[in-house]
Design a protein around this ligand. Sequence first.
Ligand SMILES: [Zn+2]
Ligand SMILES: [Zn+2]
Length: 141
Amino acid sequence: MTEPTDLRERTASCGCRNVTVRTSGKPLEVHACSCLNCQRETGSAFSYYAVYPEAAVSIAGERKTWRRHVDSGRWLETEFCPTCGVTVISRSEHSPGTIGIPVGCYADPSFAKPETLCWASRHHHWLQFPESVARSETEPD
Ligand SMILES: [Zn+2]
Ligand SMILES: [Zn+2]
């Protein structure tokens, strides 16, 4: 079964709602990542991102940018709301022309599940993903 299948417009936002991210169409991919950087950056056990083509994303509101280098040496950049600090998008050198949106920012529990868990070996010991989620030991695409 291939998910997600719906084509509607969606709006993600930060905690204080000053930044909104509108996406249209279905994501290119949805992944979770339990690498230690994602754990720190989300304050949670894993990150959960939907990746869209840049042309399908429009962003409004003031943001700050943070660029870092991942293990591969390539850059990864996130933009976050300067008021509430919530990350609203990410871009990476590895996937030019795409934007990742943290799925939690949609506040939509019906959102498609992750297709892949990246850095699966670093997941928290209690965490059990369904068999249908592929496991990978690399960075997200
Ligand atoms: Zn905010
Ligand atoms: Zn990660």
